[in-house]
Every structure is written in C-alpha cells, then in structure tokens.
Write a protein that binds this ligand. Structure first.
Ligand code: PAF
Length: 288
C-alpha cells in the first residue's frame, strides 16, 4: 500500500490505476477510522480494482477551533487499518498541501439545502465539506466515491454538487453501521462519558419508533416527529437539537407522507453532538 502526502503523487496513482484498466473507488475520510469507514472501504474493495482513501482533517468544515484542535489524528493506526483492508493508496496531505494559499477565496456554494438542518446548526459547514470533496474528487478523477448514510445531508449535497457541476464520479451511499445497541458508529462516540454512551442509543430508538408508526399507517410527519421528540425528551442526558422528516428526493418537509421520506435527528449528549437518520417505510413507495 502506498502512503502519500503529495497531491500530485495521489493524482498520479489514481491516473495510473485507470490507465492499467482498474476502476477507482475513493473513500474520503478525516481519519480516526472505525468500522463505519471499514464498511465503505470493503464496499469499494468489492466494486473497484483500485481503492484510494484520503485522511485529512479539513479545517474549513469546523465551526469551532476547539473542535478542530481536539479532532483525533491517528495516521499510523489509520494506515495500518487501511493496509489490512486492502487499500491501494492512502492520501494524507498536510494543510499547506490542500490549502497552499491559506483559506481559499473560491469555495463551493452548497445552495439552499446547505443552510438547513446541519447547515443551520453549523454555519459554513457544508461549504467547507463540498470545497474539500470537490478538491479531492478533482485529484482522484473518474471514480466511484463512497459515503456513509449516517451523514445523509452530506451525501445528498455531494450528489447534487457532482450532478450540477458534472464531476465524472458516481456517488455511492452505503448503509449506516451501528453498534449492537443501535448507536450509529461515529468518531464522536469516543467523546461520550459512560453515562452519555448508555443514553445515546435513544436516537436510534426514536428513529425506529418513528418508522414503526409509519409502518402502522401514520402519514402525518408532525405526529411522527412529536413521538420521537417525546422519547428523546424522556432521556435526561439528551438535549434535542432538531428532528426533521424530509422527502428523500427533494429534501422538502412534506405535509403528508406519501413518497419516500427520511427522518433525521440531532442531539447533544453533554459536549458531544450526535446525528442519525433512517428511511421511513412508506408502503407502496420505492426506496433504495
Ligand atoms: O464525512 C467526513 O468524514 C468528511 O465530511 C469528509 C467527507 C471526509 C470531508 O472532509
């Protein structure tokens, strides 16, 4: 497995793989790899002849300098794991390699969806995400890029960017990986205290309960959201940030559930903010 810190070498490795006839699978990460990342890499390993992983803690997408400073950086451990998973190249640039002139003046505007939900809670976040993803995809070139469904709004915005700006990339959304108690895997979980960790599965419980209501025929998103909010409100260590139900294609908030829809939730447990999401089982609609 190759490890490079240089953008030109990374671009060259992906280009050479394509020239040799391989398809390129790309998994962008901020490191601190866990089983969720492993599942993306394994999927890429199945689908593509050459697998590239980036490890870069992107300062542009953090709204708090403290959060950025505290983000775990474990490159040696990450590269060992990547090697075990059969990754062909890890790209681990330093900040000057990605942003040689400091904060870029030209960035990617995520559009209106970028200002809602996670974007409202973290102003500038998706502009930072799409800017780095665009830069990375430009280095990788024609490829399939793999993202986890837990960050559903991020995947949707990457899909829209790729479609609107004609990137030669297929965006592949992979299922959320969960612990045995349902908690979605996230690098942030490590920051939870023992009590917060025990409380955090309430997010998946609420989403699952919401899905059950819909399966039983409930079609009013406000009823579903109120039910979920009550459950999360009953957990003393959880402080709810938002619950939303959005149309899976448009991301508008429907008045009635008649087409594929997704529930999204964000809550704080102490200093740690977690998000999770689930497709709602609307009978008669096609879901992927
Ligand atoms: O999901 C993440 O880890 C990051 O937002 C990404 C896509 C690697 C961009 O920095």
């Amino acid at each position: 497995m190759g490890v490079t810190h240089a953008a030109s070498a990374f671009r060259g490795a992906c280009r050479s793989a394509r020239a040799a006839g391989a398809t390129v699978g790309f998994v962008p990460t901020m490191g601190d790899l866990h089983d969720g990342h492993a599942s993306l890499i394994e999927r890429a390993r199945c689908d593509d002849g050459f697998v590239a992983v980036s490890v870069f803690v992107n300062p542009l997408q953090f709204d708090s300098p403290k959060d950025l400073a505290e983000y775990p950086r474990r490159l040696e451990r990450d590269t060992r794991l990547a090697e075990r998973l059969g990754v062909d190249v890890v790209f681990a640039p330093g900040e000057p390699e990605m942003y040689p002139r400091g904060r870029p003046e030209v960035t990617v505007d995520p559009g209106p969806l970028g200002a809602r939900l996670e974007g409202a809670a973290r102003p500038g976040h998706f502009q930072g995400v799409l800017t780095i993803v665009a830069k990375l995809l430009n280095l990788v070139g024609p490829s399939r890029a793999y993202f986890g469904e837990k960050d559903a709004q991020q995947v949707e915005l990457v899909r829209r960017m790729v479609a609107d700006l004609d990137f030669p990339v297929d965006v592949v959304r992979c299922p959320t990986v969960r612990g045995p108690d349902g908690l979605a895997l996230s690098s942030r979980n490590a920051r939870l205290t023992e009590a917060e960790r025990a409380a955090a599965p309430v997010l998946f419980e609420a989403l699952s309960d919401g899905a059950t209501l819909v399966r039983q025929g409930e079609r009013d998103p406000n009823v579903v959201k109120a039910h979920m909010a009550k459950l999360i409100g009953g957990e003393g260590l959880a402080s709810l940030d938002y619950i939303a139900v959005v149309d899976e294609a448009s991301w508008d908030e429907p008045d009635t559930l008649s087409a594929p829809a997704r529930a999204l939730v964000a809550a704080r447990f102490g200093h740690t903010r977690l998000i999770d999401t689930l497709l709602l089982p609307i009978v008669g609609s096609v879901q992927n």
